[in-house]
Design a protein around this ligand. Sequence first.
Ligand SMILES: Cc1cc2nc3c(=O)[nH]c(=O)nc-3n(C[C@H](O)[C@H](O)[C@H](O)COP(=O)(O)OP(=O)(O)OC[C@H]3O[C@@H](n4cnc5c(N)ncnc54)[C@H](O)[C@@H]3O)c2cc1C
Length: 494
Amino acid sequence: MALPSLLSHSRTRSSVLREPLRQGGLRALLAPWDPPSVHPHDRAAERACTPPSTGSSPPPLDWTRLGSRTISSGAGMSLTQYGLTNHTLTSQRRSYWTLCPQHSSFGPPAEIATKEAQHSVDDSFGVQQRTFGSAAEPIQRNPDYSVLNSDDVSYFKSILGDNGVVQDKDRVAVANVDWMGKYKGASQLLLLPKSTNEVSKVLAYCDSRRLAVVPQGGNTGLVGGSVPVHDEVIVNLGGMDKIISFDNVNGILTCEAGCVLENLSTFVENEGFIMPLDLGAKGSCQIGGNISTNAGGLRFIRYGSLHGNVLGLEVVLANGTVLDMLTTLRKDNTGYDLKHLFVGSEGSLGIVTKVSILTPAKLPSTNVAFLSCNDYMSCQKLLLAARRSLGEILSAFEFMDRQCIDLAMTHLEGVHNPLPVSPYKFYVLIETTGSDESYDKAKLEAFLLRSMEDGLVADGVIAQDISQASNFWRIRECSIEATQGCGGATSTYS
Ligand SMILES: Cc1cc2nc3c(=O)[nH]c(=O)nc-3n(C[C@H](O)[C@H](O)[C@H](O)COP(=O)(O)OP(=O)(O)OC[C@H]3O[C@@H](n4cnc5c(N)ncnc54)[C@H](O)[C@@H]3O)c2cc1C
């Protein structure tokens, strides 16, 4: 491979998309664990307690080893989540892999995409697939929850005004379905609050009337958490999209939870900063939704998770209580850090209404390389080598297999494979960002040459202009969109 001369640039990428909460709170959360008493209407309960598709009850788990957590809900019940990641909160209808060398008794082994992949993974770990929900009994609506009536609608109108209460069938239908069209609810009502006070009044009322609620952001989530199971009232935060303040010395942004991620990116970039997260859904997803899913995204390797970047939150609990944790203090060691409970809790503990978040400085020099590797182990070694050799300038390392590339080429308009058609099975996108153009460029080129000599990289190309870099990124960012071309699929991402 001849390494072409590099043109440093700022990356610009187009947006891909446009377009029950229970009370109980923290006191209950800290209560001792009781055996699960499942309330069939509660999403979290369903997710936590729906047995695997075999129909048998989950076998007893070793709580310490598997990291169980207990979540309490408003009806006085205690939900135990058989969870390993935050996404299990909305994984009720999704299956996922458990890599657990010691604990081999949970669920039957199931098919992995390819036999080859199965063998290679099986060699290293005990693998079980756990499937929650899809093959289980239909979820029954709990009759203890009230049905919306005209008095409720009148009350909501008195708080939110006519524009904040949407009953129009077409608009409600859009909010009832996730963007991949996999999950569909039957809500009759979409509420659009414009302030924390309005959210608080809505939730207090729903609590008193026992109306189930589902919080919704940009509705880009991939696991159905943002749409109702039955007829929950949908509370969408899209109307709360104000930037409250920006501290351009410390790079601290404070805003409402309904701000669209891309708008925040544009705003802070104009101030010489960047958002610590970036993902394909940025044109539609909201910062409140990002926080509630603990989104990772393309900058994760450099800037880490939202647990590190979110400095403060304002949250409304299901009974309407406003929890003000909206600090901007970076080193806050004054006791319990409750905001972390809400990062990744998928709206199960409260509605996030305001956010303060740390934004890193924008750096002037960006380089992007698109590489192919012969085998998976080479990709792993390449990651390690990139961390060691590129160090502080490594800003993204994205892994894709050939199926992912093929999907993108087949289903996305205007996307080109920058490498010649080849037998390579795996691809890696590497991005560096730094402050010294010639130094960064030389460093990346030297690293790539070394990696080729070591046999870690089979072929590769470095973007020479913004449009090439955008094309590389589009392959990665639109891979989820591309899966829709073949009927939709579950994907994994950082
Ligand atoms: C094309 C594409 C690429 C993606 N790439 C990545 C990736 O690289 N890495 C990654 O980690 N994820 C990725 N995702 C998933 C992404 O993290 C989520 O789609 C996004 O964070 C959800 O934000 P949202 O505003 O759309 O929330 P929604 O989808 O509306 O809601 C998601 C969950 O959060 C809850 N919620 C929403 N807003 C609030 C609020 N204000 N308060 C409380 N609860 C709330 C909802 O009830 C639901 O449970 C991708 C998604 C798409 C579509």
